[in-house]
Design a protein around this ligand. Structure first.
Ligand code: NAD
Length: 496
């Protein structure tokens, strides 16, 4: 089908994306190409920040920090609301940038990625406004007493390093609370998704955020922009979302100077499906939790445990849903499945499909690369895949694939399902599907994860704690937890 995006991809010259430092657009030490996962065409030339530009960004943020910290909270909150308004004013440009970088269906960018990005600024502006701190009256031996109260203090300069899978949503999730609490920011988006971050810098400029308060440096991670930033001694705190392995490297960098960190890392999330579930709703829910964003959400389900009496019906129902998914241009209304982010990532996902076969998996559906018969075959498309028949020890059941794939295994009793779901080094999220309310609560509590959903998945309230245990992360963000990370509590004790 001929669509608006298809015409753009075929004709528009690559965009030039710059870094934004101290209120000005800056070139880097070199440029790198960004290719569209839709058809493999070159869509942008991106300026890569070297060590010197990272130095400048951190210095600009340090210089701006005292002024921003002292800016009245009402002014900071007003600016955050203006950022949200301006994102909405440029909504279509953000949607187009996000879908060109990622290939995701336009409907997802319109209903999830970009609205959530704007909502992050409003939510944290409001949460900071409603923050009341803590207060205690303390008895003293002389009988006069003392009072204790807490205030929040920004760290100063916060480095934000973010991934490509939900680029705008995850970047703003950290930028908004950091700014709201009076920190200055140096942000490094993923090299795979530089476009919406650049538009956000335009928004910051347009709303009149003071120079140096927000800085954007593009570039790669190891021995490049990401590492220059996280190792920089002028950075006071680091917040990171991405792979567990990268988190470990950043943790080593943060150890120098004992700097605070907040990590949202990988997952190997389970769904537990009981025979008493509402089967149609559960199948829709598990299909969504497996295939949303082509499986590239940290919360996605990659392991499904199904109570034996409904196992065959469940596998059949999930297969039908996988086969109904339609790959295609993001702005074709019939499209329900986007591509993976890059050729490199597709090679990784396909290597797991091959590994699963070698380990003895039964491929219920998928397992390969679709043929779309036009320019899209130059993109990073992959088939949604359902597997069965692997032992719990198989690598496919232990390692994060980050693609549209789930393995489905039967279980007989509740304790067994809990044991299997928890049998992983990760601990981000779980979903439990049952119409038995007591069981839903009981099994949710038994999950060794940061988040458990009962009869839903990815139902988010931004005030709730978000994060993982074990290899899935360190600390929590969301609501009061974001306030606590970006605004360190300080206690003041006054003797009466
Ligand atoms: P990644 O770790 O490869 O990259 C993330 C960011 O880190 C990028 O900006 C990258 O350039 C940078 N980076 C890489 N190496 C670095 C280094 N040594 N020093 C400093 N920066 C470095 O992750 P990705 O492939 O972009 O994202 C996918 C991963 O993110 C998956 O594992 C997924 O589960 C995880 N994720 C977790 C959450 C969560 O909330 N827990 C959310 C989204 C994604």
């Amino acid at each position: 089908m001929e669509t608006r995006l298809k015409a753009i991809l075929g004709t528009r010259p690559p965009r030039s994306l710059s870094c934004y430092v101290n209120g000005a657009w800056r070139s880097g030490v070199s440029r790198f190409a960004k290719y569209s996962p839709i058809d493999g065409s070159r869509i942008a030339e991106v300026e890569e920040a070297g060590a010197a530009l990272v130095d400048e960004a951190v210095a600009a943020a340090r210089a701006a920090a005292p002024g921003w910290r002292e800016t009245p909270l009402s002014t900071r909150r007003r600016l955050l609301h203006r950022i949200a308004d301006e994102i909405e004013r440029r909504f279509d440009a953000f949607v187009e940038a996000e879908i060109l970088d990622t290939g995701r269906p336009e409907s997802q960018a319109r209903t999830l990625d970009i609205p959530r990005g704007a909502a992050n600024f409003r939510t944290f502006a409001d949460l900071v406004g409603a923050d009341s701190g803590e207060f205690f009256e303390t008895e003293t031996p002389d009988g006069a007493g003392a009072i204790n109260y807490t205030i929040r203090k920004p760290h100063g300069v916060v480095a934000i390093v973010s991934p490509w899978n939900l680029p705008f949503l995850l970047l703003t999730w950290k930028i908004a609370p950091a700014l709201a609490l009076g920190n200055c920011v140096v942000a490094k988006p993923s090299e795979e998704t530089p476009a919406t971050a650049t538009l956000l810098a335009e928004v910051m400029h347009a709303v009149g955020l003071p120079e140096g308060v927000f800085n954007l440096v593009h570039g790669h991670g190891p021995e490049a922009t990401g590492e220059f930033l996280t190792r920089h001694p002028g950075v006071d705190a680091i917040t990171f979302t991405g792979e567990t392995r990268t988190g470990a490297a950043i943790m080593r960098a943060a150890a120098e100077g004992v700097r605070p960190i907040s990590f949202e890392l990988g997952g190997k999330n389970a769904a537990i499906v009981f025979a008493d579930c509402d089967l149609e709703k559960t199948l829709d829910g598990v299909a969504r939790s497996t295939f949303l964003n082509c499986g590239q959400v940290c919360l996605c389900t990659e392991r499904v445990y199904v109570e034996r009496p409904i196992f065959d019906r469940f596998v059949q129902g999930l297969k039908e849903r996988a086969e109904r998914l339609a790959s295609g241009m993001p702005d074709d209304p019939a499209t329900t499945l986007g591509p993976l982010i890059s050729r490199e990532h597709r090679d990784k996902v396909l290597s797991y499909y091959a590994l699963a076969r070698d380990e003895g998996a039964i491929v219920v559906t998928g397992g390969g690369v679709p043929s779309l018969g036009d320019a899209l075959d130059g993109g990073c498309w992959v088939e949604p895949t359902i597997l069965t028949g692997l032992p719990q020890t198989a690598r496919l059941l232990q390692e994060e694939v980050f693609g549209p794939v789930a393995h489905v295994a039967p279980f007989d009793i509740e304790e067994e399902a809990i044991m299997l779901a928890n049998d992983t080094r990760y601990g981000l999220a779980a979903a439990i599907w049952t119409e038995n309310l007591s069981r839903g609560h009981r099994v949710a509590r038994a999950m060794e994860t940061g988040i458990a959903w009962v009869n839903s998945w990815f139902l988010r309230d931004l005030r709730t704690p978000f994060g993982g245990v074990r290899l899935s992360g360190l600390g929590r963000e969301g609501g009061a937890h974001s306030l606590a990370f970006y605004g360190e509590p300080m206690n003041i004790c006054v003797k009466l």
